[in-house]
Design a protein around this ligand. Structure first.
Ligand code: AGP
Length: 616
């Protein structure tokens, strides 16, 4: 989810690129950089931290005037956020500069090849390999940068938007895209490239949307688009009628809506590059050795809020796949209960921001007790991963809305990858079983996307229930943490009472809350997965319906058993029972978001809350 800007024209390329990067600032980032072609040389500057650090460096060391340039704000995936790993990256001869958004899955093999041919790579990034590949392909392509980019792109696996500029081609910027956004801004005597239109709509609102596996050759007076094979490409021209604020949200009213919509891609990106062609999992950044992981005899997950709910879901998978006892603790409670920790305890800290003080203090306590700590985090280089023995990053991209959505789903996916990896190295899961689960996980982005397409009845229900005073949520097995998450979303966004229960607990007290018209969301387990649980939850539906509850049932398509007891059914695609939370969470996110909007609340910045709670 990096920010990318390219420019060719009569204006100062540096001014246009820096202003464009500023427009992308909302995406969050941890470093930034620019590259210009000035008097036949590459002029580059890059700095860790906010854009202001880069601006200060540029003020101190001006790069000179140029009409051709590229710029980048980085949301780190591979390699810590520092000056060395910031983009742009250059080749051995400093002839070509490259910036990149996405994940190049096969970069390790490419890097080894390049180093074997004598290239010296200086960063930890996947991007740098592209600069050196272009160095090799440029002369083979008749010094045609676009052809060199096509040849390199054909060798890359994964998701990428690439921009490159070359000292021998001072009037051109070349771009390539696969599974990652890139749009062209069409100006008068100038043209633009960017990861989203917010970067250039102050200059032009006429744009081209590039398609999959395409290369674009941008000059001040021409834009040529081809496929990776060099064939002419069809492109869609459109006019941007958003204002800048709407453009930053991708046209959505709120960041939360944009981030809900990004969940299919976030799940796909979190899976990218972690499954070898032979079906084995490869979790590079884990840093804990397989032998250390084989010694683990207890797992304790520590987290807060939504991340805690992800941990509750992960517990089911971890214990089922690894047979390692797994506890899940609220970070704020963990260290005060004097937990039993040993060298063979693995404490897993789940955190989107990587800065949550409760979780950081829990992690420090665990390390003092000699336990090993693994962070599952969405923010590369943040405090909690830095203080952990190991880390597995989610690749959800910046999550701006305070209410976590794509962060939550990718935390679940990352926890599943860790559980499968433990099963793989400890022999509790055979390779074909792991491959089967990963295949099911890879099907989830499309299934999530299909749920997102059917959410209008959920939004209508939220508007209808706008004046409700309380909403209850029930679930069983992995549906129970989803009930808790649905209640949390409603509390934090609609400022209304909401409570989640294990459905089996209703008869032990909470059923007294049921009276005529009380809205109850019920998350029904997969019928074929755990049919005993399914039937028990259907019985719970009967019990509450008999007492007047208004039942809103989330159930798998075709599960007709729920219909007699449902005032409304929200259908979701079938999925293995442990993966169902990735689908059942969506309607509850959408419901809470729409309820907040219907109540006129600030959806992205709910009252009293912060995106990262850095106090205990
Ligand atoms: C999620 O919707 C909430 N904003 C909150 O519960 C959040 O999940 C919690 O504060 C933990 O944050 P972290 O994942 O950044 O550690």
């Amino acid at each position: 989810m990096c920010g990318i800007v390219g420019y060719v024209g009569q204006q100062s390329a540096l001014d246009v690129v820096m202003a464009g990067l500023g427009r992308l600032e909302y995406r969050g980032y941890d470093s930034a950089g620019v590259a210009l072609v000035v008097d036949g040389k590459l002029a580059t500057e890059k700095r860790a931290g906010k854009l202001a650090n880069l601006q200060a460096a540029l003020a101190e060391h001006p790069l000179g005037a140029s009409g051709t340039g590229i710029g980048h704000t980085r949301w780190a995936t591979h390699g810590a956020p520092n000056d060395r790993n910031a983009h742009p990256h250059v080749d051995c001869t400093r002839s070509v500069a490259v910036i990149h958004n996405g994940i190049i899955e096969n970069f390790a093999a490419l890097r080894a090849e390049l180093e074997g041919r004598g290239h010296e790579l200086v960063s930890d990034t996947d991007t740098e390999t592209v600069a050196h590949l272009l160095e090799e392909e440029y002369p083979r392509s008749g010094n045609d940068l676009a052809e060199a980019m096509r040849r390199v792109s054909r060798r890359l696996d994964g998701a990428f938007t690439l921009l490159a500029t070359h000292v021998d081609a001072p009037d051109v910027v070349v771009g390539a895209r696969r599974n990652s956004p890139l749009v062209v801004g069409l100006g008068q005597g100038e043209n633009f490239l960017a990861s989203d239109v917010a970067a250039f709509i102050e200059h032009t609102r006429d744009a081209l949307e590039l398609g999959q596996d395409q290369v674009v050759e941008l000059r001040s007076d021409s834009v040529v688009v081809t496929g990776f094979d060099g064939s002419p490409a069809e492109v869609r021209e459109f006019h941007v009628d958003w204002d800048v604020s709407a453009a930053e949200k991708g046209g959505y009213d709120y960041f939360m809506l944009k981030e809900i919509a990004e969940q299919p891609a976030a799940i796909a990106d979190t899976l990218l590059g972690r499954l070898e062609s032979d079906g084995r999992l490869r979790l590079d950044e884990m840093r804990l050795s397989d032998d250390e992981l084989r010694e683990i005899d207890k797992i304790i997950i520590v987290a807060c809020g939504t991340a805690f709910h992800a941990g509750l879901i992960a517990k089911y998978a971890i214990e089922h796949w690894t047979r390692i006892p797994c506890e899940v603790e609220l970070s704020s409670e963990f260290r005060y209960r004097d937990p039993v920790l040993t060298r063979t305890t693995l404490v897993v800290a789940i955190t989107q921001s990587g800065e949550t003080m409760d979780t950081l203090m829990a992690l420090r306590h665990a390390r003092e007790q000699r336990a090993r700590v693994l962070a599952i985090c969405n923010t590369n280089g943040s405090t909690i991963p830095r203080e952990s023995d190991a880390v597995l990053y989610t690749h959800a991209g910046p999550e701006v809305a305070v209410a976590s959505t794509k962060g939550f789903l990718t935390q679940i996916v990352a926890c599943y990858l860790v559980a499968l990896y433990l099963g793989q190295i400890r022999g509790t899961k055979f390779g074909d079983e792991i491959t089967s689960v990963v295949r099911d996980l890879r099907d989830m982005p499309d299934k999530v996307a299909s749920v997102l397409e059917t959410m209008e009845p959920v939004r209508a229900l939220a508007r209808e229930l706008r004046d409700a005073t309380s909403v209850l949520f029930i679930g069983r097995h992995v549906g129970y943490p989803i009930a808790l998450e649905g209640a949390l979303k409603l509390k934090e966004l609609a400022y209304m009472h909401a409570e989640g229960f294990a459905a089996g607990e209703l008869k032990h007290g909470p059923i007294a809350l049921i009276e005529d018209g009380v809205p109850v969301f019920a998350v029904v387990p997969a019928a074929k997965g755990r049919s005993v649980l399914h039937d028990k939850l259907v019985s719970n539906l009967q019990e509450i319906r008999a007492r007047g509850a208004r039942t809103v049932v989330i159930a798998e398509e075709g599960d007709t058993a729920v219909e007699p007891y449902a005032d409304q059914v929200i259908w979701i695609p079938s999925a293995p029972s442990l993966l169902q939370p990735l689908l059942s969470a969506i309607p509850l996110q959408v419901f809470a978001c729409e309820m907040a909007s219907a109540r006129g609340h600030d959806v992205d910045q709910p009252r009293n809350l912060a995106k990262s709670v850095t106090v205990e």
